[in-house]
Unconditional design. Structure first.
Length: 296
Protein backbone atom coordinates (compact mmCIF):
# COMPACT_ATOMS: atom_id res chain seq x y z
CA UNK A 1 0.00 0.00 0.00
CA UNK A 2 1.45 3.36 -1.04
CA UNK A 3 0.49 6.39 0.99
CA UNK A 4 0.34 10.05 0.11
CA UNK A 5 0.72 12.72 2.79
CA UNK A 6 -0.16 16.37 2.18
CA UNK A 7 0.69 18.93 4.86
CA UNK A 8 3.97 18.59 6.76
CA UNK A 9 3.61 21.13 9.51
CA UNK A 10 4.11 20.56 13.24
CA UNK A 11 1.73 17.60 13.34
CA UNK A 12 1.80 16.27 9.78
CA UNK A 13 5.57 15.91 9.62
CA UNK A 14 5.60 13.75 12.75
CA UNK A 15 2.65 11.65 11.63
CA UNK A 16 4.24 11.03 8.23
CA UNK A 17 7.53 10.07 9.88
CA UNK A 18 5.77 7.48 12.04
CA UNK A 19 4.09 5.93 9.01
CA UNK A 20 7.49 5.74 7.38
CA UNK A 21 9.02 4.11 10.48
CA UNK A 22 6.48 1.31 10.10
CA UNK A 23 7.70 0.60 6.60
CA UNK A 24 5.10 2.41 4.53
CA UNK A 25 6.51 4.13 1.43
CA UNK A 26 5.35 7.73 1.21
CA UNK A 27 4.72 10.29 -1.50
CA UNK A 28 4.59 13.70 0.13
CA UNK A 29 3.60 17.21 -0.81
CA UNK A 30 4.03 20.46 1.06
CA UNK A 31 4.01 24.02 -0.20
CA UNK A 32 7.45 24.48 1.36
CA UNK A 33 9.61 21.63 0.08
CA UNK A 34 12.23 22.13 2.80
CA UNK A 35 9.81 20.71 5.38
CA UNK A 36 9.65 17.48 3.38
CA UNK A 37 13.41 16.92 3.21
CA UNK A 38 13.71 14.74 6.36
CA UNK A 39 11.21 12.29 4.82
CA UNK A 40 12.87 11.93 1.43
CA UNK A 41 14.96 8.94 0.47
CA UNK A 42 14.38 5.29 -0.40
CA UNK A 43 10.95 5.29 1.30
CA UNK A 44 9.92 8.86 0.61
CA UNK A 45 9.50 10.87 -2.57
CA UNK A 46 8.36 14.44 -3.12
CA UNK A 47 5.57 15.25 -5.55
CA UNK A 48 5.36 18.55 -7.40
CA UNK A 49 1.61 18.81 -6.85
CA UNK A 50 -1.28 17.13 -5.01
CA UNK A 51 -2.57 15.90 -8.39
CA UNK A 52 0.66 14.08 -9.23
CA UNK A 53 0.78 12.65 -5.72
CA UNK A 54 -2.74 11.25 -6.07
CA UNK A 55 -1.87 9.32 -9.21
CA UNK A 56 0.69 7.25 -7.26
CA UNK A 57 -1.12 6.31 -4.05
CA UNK A 58 -3.92 4.18 -2.61
CA UNK A 59 -4.52 6.32 0.48
CA UNK A 60 -3.99 10.05 0.90
CA UNK A 61 -3.73 11.81 4.26
CA UNK A 62 -4.27 15.54 4.57
CA UNK A 63 -3.17 17.49 7.64
CA UNK A 64 -3.72 21.13 6.78
CA UNK A 65 -4.33 24.32 8.72
CA UNK A 66 -7.92 25.22 7.82
CA UNK A 67 -10.83 24.40 5.50
CA UNK A 68 -9.66 26.67 2.68
CA UNK A 69 -6.28 24.92 2.58
CA UNK A 70 -7.97 21.51 2.45
CA UNK A 71 -10.34 22.62 -0.31
CA UNK A 72 -7.49 24.05 -2.35
CA UNK A 73 -5.45 20.84 -2.05
CA UNK A 74 -8.42 18.66 -2.95
CA UNK A 75 -10.32 20.69 -5.53
CA UNK A 76 -8.12 23.60 -6.59
CA UNK A 77 -5.80 23.79 -9.57
CA UNK A 78 -3.74 20.58 -9.45
CA UNK A 79 -5.97 19.27 -6.68
CA UNK A 80 -5.76 15.58 -5.81
CA UNK A 81 -9.40 14.54 -5.75
CA UNK A 82 -9.84 14.19 -9.51
CA UNK A 83 -6.67 12.11 -9.75
CA UNK A 84 -7.19 9.44 -7.11
CA UNK A 85 -7.99 5.92 -8.29
CA UNK A 86 -11.56 4.65 -7.81
CA UNK A 87 -11.91 3.06 -4.36
CA UNK A 88 -8.96 5.05 -2.97
CA UNK A 89 -9.30 6.46 0.54
CA UNK A 90 -8.92 10.08 1.59
CA UNK A 91 -8.21 10.54 5.31
CA UNK A 92 -8.55 14.16 6.41
CA UNK A 93 -6.88 14.75 9.76
CA UNK A 94 -7.24 18.53 9.57
CA UNK A 95 -9.21 20.50 12.16
CA UNK A 96 -12.20 21.67 10.15
CA UNK A 97 -15.90 22.15 10.80
CA UNK A 98 -18.34 19.24 10.40
CA UNK A 99 -20.38 20.80 7.59
CA UNK A 100 -17.17 21.21 5.59
CA UNK A 101 -16.24 17.55 6.15
CA UNK A 102 -19.65 16.49 4.89
CA UNK A 103 -19.20 18.60 1.75
CA UNK A 104 -15.81 17.02 1.11
CA UNK A 105 -17.30 13.57 1.69
CA UNK A 106 -19.92 14.29 -0.97
CA UNK A 107 -17.24 15.50 -3.41
CA UNK A 108 -15.22 12.35 -2.78
CA UNK A 109 -18.23 10.07 -3.24
CA UNK A 110 -18.96 11.60 -6.64
CA UNK A 111 -15.49 10.45 -7.68
CA UNK A 112 -15.82 6.98 -6.12
CA UNK A 113 -13.34 7.89 -3.39
CA UNK A 114 -13.92 6.86 0.24
CA UNK A 115 -13.73 9.76 2.69
CA UNK A 116 -12.76 9.52 6.36
CA UNK A 117 -12.58 12.49 8.72
CA UNK A 118 -10.02 11.65 11.39
CA UNK A 119 -8.85 14.75 13.27
CA UNK A 120 -6.55 14.21 16.21
CA UNK A 121 -6.08 15.27 19.80
CA UNK A 122 -2.50 15.65 20.98
CA UNK A 123 0.26 18.19 20.53
CA UNK A 124 3.67 17.86 18.87
CA UNK A 125 5.21 15.54 21.51
CA UNK A 126 2.24 13.17 21.30
CA UNK A 127 2.51 13.16 17.51
CA UNK A 128 6.22 12.35 17.70
CA UNK A 129 5.60 9.51 20.16
CA UNK A 130 2.63 8.10 18.17
CA UNK A 131 0.26 8.82 21.07
CA UNK A 132 -2.41 10.76 19.22
CA UNK A 133 -6.12 10.17 19.71
CA UNK A 134 -8.08 9.89 16.46
CA UNK A 135 -11.72 10.96 16.34
CA UNK A 136 -13.05 9.13 13.30
CA UNK A 137 -16.15 9.77 11.23
CA UNK A 138 -16.47 7.06 8.61
CA UNK A 139 -18.19 3.98 7.29
CA UNK A 140 -17.03 1.11 9.56
CA UNK A 141 -15.49 -0.76 6.62
CA UNK A 142 -13.42 2.27 5.65
CA UNK A 143 -12.16 2.63 9.21
CA UNK A 144 -11.08 -1.00 9.32
CA UNK A 145 -9.24 -0.53 6.06
CA UNK A 146 -7.09 2.28 7.46
CA UNK A 147 -6.95 1.25 11.14
CA UNK A 148 -3.38 -0.14 10.87
CA UNK A 149 -2.23 3.19 9.43
CA UNK A 150 -3.85 5.19 12.22
CA UNK A 151 -2.22 2.96 14.82
CA UNK A 152 1.19 3.86 13.39
CA UNK A 153 0.65 7.43 14.51
CA UNK A 154 -1.77 7.17 17.43
CA UNK A 155 -2.62 4.89 20.34
CA UNK A 156 -6.38 5.42 20.52
CA UNK A 157 -9.10 5.43 17.87
CA UNK A 158 -12.65 6.53 18.69
CA UNK A 159 -15.22 5.84 15.98
CA UNK A 160 -17.72 8.61 16.67
CA UNK A 161 -20.11 7.80 13.82
CA UNK A 162 -20.56 8.56 10.16
CA UNK A 163 -18.82 11.16 8.03
CA UNK A 164 -18.53 14.51 9.79
CA UNK A 165 -18.82 13.06 13.29
CA UNK A 166 -15.06 12.89 13.81
CA UNK A 167 -14.76 16.61 13.18
CA UNK A 168 -17.84 17.16 15.35
CA UNK A 169 -16.05 15.58 18.30
CA UNK A 170 -12.89 17.54 17.51
CA UNK A 171 -14.89 20.78 17.76
CA UNK A 172 -16.09 19.77 21.24
CA UNK A 173 -12.62 18.76 22.44
CA UNK A 174 -10.86 21.90 21.24
CA UNK A 175 -13.60 24.08 22.64
CA UNK A 176 -12.83 22.61 26.06
CA UNK A 177 -9.09 23.11 25.56
CA UNK A 178 -9.49 26.71 24.45
CA UNK A 179 -11.92 27.78 27.15
CA UNK A 180 -10.02 25.80 29.79
CA UNK A 181 -6.80 27.64 28.99
CA UNK A 182 -8.58 31.00 28.97
CA UNK A 183 -10.28 30.37 32.33
CA UNK A 184 -7.02 29.19 33.92
CA UNK A 185 -5.03 32.16 32.61
CA UNK A 186 -7.65 34.57 33.90
CA UNK A 187 -7.75 32.88 37.30
CA UNK A 188 -3.95 33.02 37.52
CA UNK A 189 -4.01 36.71 36.63
CA UNK A 190 -6.52 37.33 39.40
CA UNK A 191 -4.53 35.32 41.94
CA UNK A 192 -1.33 37.19 41.15
CA UNK A 193 -3.21 40.49 41.25
CA UNK A 194 -4.35 39.60 44.76
CA UNK A 195 -0.76 38.99 45.80
CA UNK A 196 -0.52 35.18 45.58
CA UNK A 197 2.74 34.02 44.08
CA UNK A 198 2.71 32.20 40.76
CA UNK A 199 4.41 29.20 42.40
CA UNK A 200 1.79 29.04 45.13
CA UNK A 201 -0.98 29.17 42.56
CA UNK A 202 0.51 26.39 40.48
CA UNK A 203 1.30 24.20 43.51
CA UNK A 204 -2.19 24.70 44.92
CA UNK A 205 -4.31 24.49 41.78
CA UNK A 206 -2.76 21.84 39.53
CA UNK A 207 -4.24 18.42 40.15
CA UNK A 208 -7.41 19.75 41.77
CA UNK A 209 -10.91 19.22 40.34
CA UNK A 210 -11.41 22.76 38.98
CA UNK A 211 -8.29 22.61 36.77
CA UNK A 212 -8.15 20.64 33.52
CA UNK A 213 -5.38 17.99 33.64
CA UNK A 214 -3.71 19.20 30.41
CA UNK A 215 -2.80 22.47 32.11
CA UNK A 216 -0.07 20.73 34.13
CA UNK A 217 1.88 20.32 30.89
CA UNK A 218 1.81 24.09 30.37
CA UNK A 219 3.40 24.99 33.70
CA UNK A 220 6.98 24.94 32.41
CA UNK A 221 6.11 27.21 29.48
CA UNK A 222 4.39 29.74 31.70
CA UNK A 223 7.09 29.74 34.38
CA UNK A 224 9.92 30.05 31.87
CA UNK A 225 8.12 32.45 29.55
CA UNK A 226 9.22 30.24 26.65
CA UNK A 227 6.12 29.51 24.61
CA UNK A 228 7.72 27.25 22.03
CA UNK A 229 4.87 26.08 19.87
CA UNK A 230 3.15 22.78 20.44
CA UNK A 231 -0.24 24.07 19.30
CA UNK A 232 -0.17 27.61 17.85
CA UNK A 233 -2.46 30.15 19.44
CA UNK A 234 -3.80 31.25 16.04
CA UNK A 235 -4.99 27.72 15.27
CA UNK A 236 -6.75 27.50 18.62
CA UNK A 237 -8.55 30.72 17.74
CA UNK A 238 -9.40 29.24 14.34
CA UNK A 239 -10.81 26.08 15.89
CA UNK A 240 -12.90 28.08 18.32
CA UNK A 241 -14.21 30.15 15.44
CA UNK A 242 -15.15 26.97 13.53
CA UNK A 243 -16.90 25.73 16.67
CA UNK A 244 -18.91 28.96 16.73
CA UNK A 245 -19.78 28.47 13.05
CA UNK A 246 -20.92 24.94 13.85
CA UNK A 247 -22.96 26.22 16.79
CA UNK A 248 -24.66 28.77 14.53
CA UNK A 249 -25.48 26.05 12.01
CA UNK A 250 -26.88 23.86 14.80
CA UNK A 251 -28.82 26.56 16.65
CA UNK A 252 -26.66 26.26 19.78
CA UNK A 253 -25.80 29.29 21.94
CA UNK A 254 -22.18 29.56 23.13
CA UNK A 255 -21.77 32.86 24.99
CA UNK A 256 -18.72 31.85 27.06
CA UNK A 257 -16.90 30.26 24.15
CA UNK A 258 -17.44 33.23 21.87
CA UNK A 259 -15.99 35.56 24.50
CA UNK A 260 -12.95 33.28 24.86
CA UNK A 261 -12.56 33.12 21.08
CA UNK A 262 -12.29 36.92 20.93
CA UNK A 263 -9.72 36.89 23.73
CA UNK A 264 -7.49 34.71 21.53
CA UNK A 265 -8.04 37.12 18.64
CA UNK A 266 -6.93 40.04 20.81
CA UNK A 267 -3.80 38.10 21.79
CA UNK A 268 -3.07 37.49 18.11
CA UNK A 269 -3.20 41.25 17.49
CA UNK A 270 -0.53 41.70 20.15
CA UNK A 271 1.90 39.31 18.47
CA UNK A 272 1.09 35.97 20.08
CA UNK A 273 -0.33 34.26 16.97
CA UNK A 274 2.55 31.83 16.41
CA UNK A 275 3.27 31.16 20.09
CA UNK A 276 1.85 28.15 21.89
CA UNK A 277 -1.76 28.79 22.89
CA UNK A 278 -0.71 28.79 26.55
CA UNK A 279 0.81 32.23 25.80
CA UNK A 280 -2.70 33.51 26.46
CA UNK A 281 -1.51 33.62 30.08
CA UNK A 282 1.29 36.00 29.11
CA UNK A 283 -1.15 38.21 27.22
CA UNK A 284 -3.57 38.42 30.15
CA UNK A 285 -0.91 39.09 32.76
CA UNK A 286 0.65 41.72 30.50
CA UNK A 287 -2.71 43.49 30.45
CA UNK A 288 -2.83 43.26 34.26
CA UNK A 289 0.68 44.66 34.61
CA UNK A 290 0.13 47.61 32.26
CA UNK A 291 -0.05 50.90 34.13
CA UNK A 292 -3.48 52.42 34.49
CA UNK A 293 -4.15 55.39 32.21
CA UNK A 294 -3.54 58.75 33.80
CA UNK A 295 -6.64 60.57 35.00
CA UNK A 296 -7.46 63.74 33.16
Amino acid sequence: MKIGFIGLGIMGSRMAANLQKHGYPLVVFNRTRAKAEPLLGPCGTFSDSPAKLAEQVDVVFTMLAHPDAVKQAALGANGFLDHLKPNAVWVDCSSVNPSFSKKMAAEAARREVHFVDAPVTGSAPAAAEAKLIFWVGADPADLERIRPLLLCTGNKIVHTGGQGMGTSMKMVVNLLLGTGMAAFAEAMALGEGLGISRKMLFDSLLGTPPVAPFLASKREKIESGNYETEFPLRWMQKDMHLASVSAYESGVAMPLSNAAKELYRLAMREGYATEDFSALYDYLTAIHESPAPAKV
